[in-house]
Structure formats: C-alpha cells, structure tokens
Design a protein around this ligand. Structure first.
Ligand SMILES: Cc1ncc(C[n+]2csc(CCOP(=O)(O)OP(=O)(O)O)c2C)c(N)n1
Ligand SMILES: [Mg+2]
Length: 655
C-alpha cells in the first residue's frame, strides 16, 4: 500500500474535527485519539463487507463510547458503506442526516447498536458474543464463526453495569469478545485520577479476562496486542494508551477536546501538526482508495460463506431465524384450547411458565434466563437447559444478580439476530434494568421482560419489593408494550402478542398470587386490542369498570355487587394500554362508555394517568403511596382495594 496508515488514520481525525466544527457541537477528542487503533482494527482484524452490512457472519463492532460517533461514521464512509455519504457527514447532527449525535442502529445499517449511555454498548456486546457462541453450537463453524469487537472509554469501564458485563463475560468464557479500551486517562471533568484509582487490569484478570496493553499510536504495537487478544481463549481487554484529541497542538491530552469543537485556530494547528493540508471534508483520492481497498477485503470471505450456506442442510432454518420469522405451527392455539377445557386458578407467573412450556418447545430461538429468581419468575422450562461455558447450545442463562447486565445482554442477543431473548426479575427491579429497557425500545429490539411479583399482591416482602409506579412508568416509555394479564388465558394471549412483535420490546407484569380463571373462550385473542369487554352490564349500564391483571377479578366481584343493587356494570379488562390506544376512536369510545356512564379504574398501583380513561369525573382506585409488609388480604384491605370498600363509593357517585 502506498498510503501510510498514519495518513489513513488522519483521514478519520480530519473528518471528525471538521464535522464537529460544522455542527458546532460534538466530540472530536475520542475519534482523534482512537483513529490509529481503529485503522488497525478495520485493516487487519474486523471481518466485514460494506456491500452487505447485515451479512450474518460478519464480526460485530460496537462503539460503546458512543459520544465518539464520528469515529464510526468516518469508518463506515471510508470503507465504502453506502451510508453515510460525505454529504451525510457534512450534515452531522442535523435532522436530515443519519449521522446523529450518537450512533443509532435504526439510522445506519453499519451501526450494530445504538450507543451513548456509557457502559451499555459494552454490556450489549456481551449479549452479541453469547448469541454468536450459541448459534455456533447449533449451526457450526461453517455458518457462525465471528467475533465481537468493542471500543470503550474510561466511562464505559467506570459505570456499574461494567461490573455485571465483565463478570458475565468472564464466567461464560466469551473468548471472541475483545474490548479495546481507549485508555486516555481523561473524562469530561478532567483527568481520571480525579475520581478513580482502580487497578482496572487487575479487576478484569480477577474476572477471568485476558488483559494486554499497547501504545495506541504505534501501529505495530497495536497489531501485536490485537493479535494476542484474538488468540487468547478468554475475553480480552486491550488497554490502548492514547492521547485524547491526538494532533491538536494545544488541546490534545486534555478534556478540552472531549466534547466541544476545537475552533478555527486549533484546527489549523492540527492540520499543520498532522501534515494534513486538505480542505474540510476533502479526502485525497489515494487515501480514500486505500480505505476502499481495505473495505473490499471482506467480500471474498463473504462469498465463501454464501457458498457454504447454499449447500448447507440447515440453511433454511438458519435464515429463518436470522430474519426473525416465526415458524409455522399452532402450538399456541393448541395450548390455549387445552387451557379453555379446564381453566386453572394459578398465579399469572405460573401461567407464564405454562405458556412458555409450549412456546419454548415450538420456538427454538427462545433463549431465557433470570437474574437469580428462576424459581420465582417461573422462566425455566423443560426445553431450556442451561447455557454454560462448556455447553453453549443451552437455552437458559443463569444471569446471577445482574438485572441491568441481563437486560443489556438481551438487547445484544436480539440485535445479533437468531434469538428471541426473554428474562425475568421482580417487577420492582425494572428500575435496575430501566436504562437497557429504554434502549430495547429505542432500538426496536424484540426482548421480552418477564416481570413477576407485580403489586402489593406479593405480600410480606413489603414496600421495597412492591411495585407502585412501575407498571405505569413503563407504559410511559415509547415503544415499550406493557402487558398485565388477568388469568391464565390472557397470559398466554399476551405471550403470543409479545413474541409476534418483531419490532420492539414487551414487558409482562405477572402476579405472585393465584388468580381465578375469568376467560373461557379462546377463539379470538382478545388481548390483541389491548382492552376488551369481559362482562356486559345486565341492568341498565351505569358504570364501566376498567381493570388490569389481578384487579380484573376484583372488578368482576364489584360488578356483581352493583348488579345486585340494580346498577348495570360493564367490566373491561385492559391488559395492554398501548394496544388499546392504537384502536379506532369508535372502538375505544364504545368500550369505555358514553356520557352519563361512570368510568372507574382499578389497578393495584399508582392512580396517576388513569384519568386518561376515566376522565376527571371518573373514579380511580389504586395506591399512591408505598406499600407495606403484611399478608396479601390485609394489604388489599388496608389500601381499600376490596369489594366492600369500593362498591359503596361507586354507588354514592352514581347517586
Ligand atoms: C450513562 C452516561 N452517563 C453520562 C454520560 C455523559 N458523558 C458522555 S461522555 C462522558 C465522559 C466519558 O469519558 P470517557 O469514556 O473517558 O470518554 P473520553 O472523554 O475519553 O472521550 C460522560 C460523562 C453518558 N453519555 N452516559
Ligand atoms: Mg477517557
């Protein structure tokens, strides 16, 4: 190659500083510091084909330090991906451009995962590395044989989730996961010694990782370290000693380059220091040609893979799974019909386990787990043997007490493709998972959160364990579908909807306590509309009771009492408000009743937001304080969620 690697790396530096300058915002320091490392990674290590960004056996590259987005945009452009174009890069951070402030997986095909919340890209990559090993165990080296590469900053390593991700990756022996740490000793506030004195390599080694370091501006040394990382059977941390903002004459090595434009004068000085005398956004032909040549290298490996796939006995199944298509079959309907014959009185967490029994048997792509609450979340089935370091073909992960790490890893599996991940913990600990749940939603990732112990109904464990605001707050999250089923049949229907949903996450809020069966007919999935009439008024309709989950049976009992007093009452079961909101105005209006009919909501959680359905004139029954530690019956009585407490208030209101 006639063009030196230094010049190739400088093309990244120039694009980064010029794009940030044009946008008048962004982060030049990280891409300028890691340009040399990235050049080596993309030259000699990363397996990729810019003409086929979604090629199933590509290496996965995760820019966990998402603020350094100009690094990945530069690399994608330079190596020949269709997008971003140079024009896209000129419009960095503008509405018209896919080059958003932080990399978004839904805006550019070459971006494997949305990053920006520090630490999560890393933890997501752990899930991708699990997915690779799992699919390799099922489909063999011919179809699945790739690595996961991560660029992470000091911040990604400092975040709490890093501990979870590193622990999980070490335990599962994910040797194909290689993390390149931008060891620049700088964060926003200044030098890292302001806030940390941790021996990071020691921590990683103690967790079963291989650690190697290199001078991140010495190409030979970087190459040596990456080779070592690649060869080592353990997950690897490569500490790349770099200078943030490398090349900026007065600002390099300081936090001044982290997240602000360098300014005209500094940019001119950088051009001089780097020997880069080209105008902004101009990449000399020979340098671009060298990058493009490098981008073409993966085509041969891709072509060989295509050949192997075309003759492969499992080709159809592999492609189905990677496309996220569900197999044909009526396992769920058979299961529903068996339920309808003799509907059981069970907790919905138990009903979920029963549904999962049928689902995991029919869908080999389901890969479950729990954050150390397997017996409580009821997430394990006879089809899901453990996935371990010694047997990656397993379909159940013992995540340990790592809720956030579990959620992020599930995102990684879903984004990798070929897997539909589900995982459980107590609903109250969605607070711990929340950052990753939000990224599931942003990224349209099919992840199913199995969240049990969904209210004061869990009883004696008390207020720290009793969700109050959780169900409602998850409903607030765009693109998160929250299901709170009322009995075993609704639970099965909600599971079916969660799995069918290819473009986003679902949360199932499930009870600890047993619930009576309410449904008997399974000919139509009534949960599909989000809310439906479970019982129609006998007497003239005066009231519509709207309830979810465990409170639907309470609503049925209240309705019976109202009817006995001559007041007609509908009961609406509302397992999923998001789906209900998507129905036609006519449907919603017809279901919730018109003027003169009192609307009443009942949910054992915050009443906040239920005015949306009841109107300000309606009644809302719930809990607007923290719960308490007591047996379940005492709690429902204490919080006024009983037939005797609620019925008189309704009768008084309708006069
Ligand atoms: C969870 C989270 N907290 C805070 C931030 C804001 N933030 C962005 S970059 C950064 C500093 C990161 O330091 P480092 O990873 O060392 O990046 P460098 O300055 O070296 O580029 C912070 C605090 C964030 N993006 N995510
Ligand atoms: Mg740093």
């Amino acid at each position: 190659m006639t063009v030196s690697e230094k010049h190739m790396a400088n093309a990244i530096r120039a694009l980064a500083m010029d794009a940030v300058e044009a946008a008048n915002s962004g982060h030049p320091g990280m891409p300028m510091g890691m340009a040399d490392v990235a050049t080596v990674l993309f030259s000699d290590f990363l397996k990729f084909d810019p003409k086929a960004p979604k090629w199933a056996d590509r290496d996965r590259f995760v820019l966990s330090a998402g603020h350094g987005s100009m690094l990945i945009y530069s690399l994608l452009h330079l190596t020949g991906y269709a997008r971003p174009t140079l024009e896209d890069i000129r419009n960095f951070r503008q509405l018209s451009s896919p080059c958003a402030g932080h990399p978004e997986n839904f805006k550019l095909e070459g971006v494997e995962t949305t990053t920006g919340p520090l630490g999560q890209g890393f933890a997501t990559a752990v899930g991708m590395a699990v997915a690779e090993r799992h699919l390799n165990a099922l489909f063999g080296d011919d179809l699945v044989d790739h690595k996961t590469w991560v660029i992470a900053g000091d911040g990604c390593l400092m975040e709490g989730i890093n501990h979870e991700a590193v622990g999980l990756a070490g335990h599962l022996g994910l040797g194909r996961l290689n993390v390149l740490w931008d060891d620049n000793g700088i964060t926003i506030d200044g030098k890292t010694d302001l806030s940390t004195s941790e021996d990071i390599p020691a921590r990683y080694r103690a967790s079963g990782w291989h650690v190697v370091s290199c001078d991140g501006h010495d190409f030979a040394d970087i190459r040596k370290a990456l080779s070592e990382a690649e060869a080592d059977p353990r997950p690897s941390l490569v500490a790349c000693k770099t200078i943030i903002g490398y090349g900026a004459p007065t600002k390099q090595g300081t936090s001044a380059t982290h997240g602000a434009p360098l300014g005209d004068e500094e940019i001119a000085g950088t051009r001089a220091a780097l020997g880069w005398d080209h105008d902004p956004f101009v990449i000399p032909e020979d340098i671009l040609a060298s990058w493009r040549q490098l981008g073409e290298k993966g085509a041969a490996a891709h072509a060989e893979w295509d050949k192997r796939l075309s003759g492969h006995a499992q080709a159809g199944e592999f492609q189905r799974r990677m496309a996220g298509e569900l197999p044909d079959g009526k396992a769920m309907q058979d299961y529903l019909e068996s339920l309808a014959k003799d509907p059981p009185k069970v907790a919905t967490r138990k009903a979920s386990e029963m549904a999962l029994g049928a689902i995991t048997e029919a869908l080999p792509e389901m890969l479950g787990g729990s954050a150390d609450l397997t017996g409580s979340n009821n997430t394990k089935t006879s089809s899901t043997k453990p996935l371990t370091k010694d047997d990656y073909s397993g379909r159940y992960i013992y995540y340990g007490i790592r809720e956030f790490g579990m959620a992020a890893a599930m995102n990684g599996m879903a984004l990798h493709g070929g897997i539909i991940p589900y995982g459980g913990t107590f609903l109250v600990f969605t607070d711990y998972c929340r950052g990753a749940m939000r990224l599931s939603a942003i990224q349209n990732a099919r992840v199913v959160y199995v969240m049990t112990h969904d209210s004061i109904g869990l009883g004696e464990d008390g207020p720290t364990h009793q969700p109050i605001e959780h169900v409602q707050s998850l409903r607030l999250m765009p693109n998160m579908q929250v299901f709170r089923p009322a009995d075993a049949i609704e639970t099965a229907e909600c599971w079916a909807l969660a799995i069918k949903r290819a473009d986003g996450p679902s949360t199932l809020a499930l009870t600890r306590q047993g619930l009576p069966p309410l449904r008997h007919d399974v000919s139509v999935n009534l949960c599909e509309k989000g809310g439906y009439r479970l019982k129609a008024a006998d007497a003239e309709k005066r009231v519509v009771l709207i309830a979810t989950g465990s409170e639907v049976s309470l609503a049925m009992d209240i309705a019976a009492k109202l009817e006995a007093a001559g007041h007609g009452a509908d009961v609406v079961s509302m397992p999923c408000t998001e789906l209900f909101d998507a129905q036609s105005a006519d449907y919603r209006q017809e279901l919730l009743g018109s003027d003169g009919v009192l609307r009443v909501s009942i949910e054992a959680g915050t009443t906040f937001g239920w005015e949306r359905y009841t109107g300000l004139d309606g009644l809302r029954f719930g809990i607007d304080s923290f719960g308490a530690s007591a047996p379940i019956e005492d709690l429902y009585a204490h919080f006024g969620l009983t037939v005797d407490a609620i019925t008189p208030q309704i009768i008084k209101k309708i006069g």
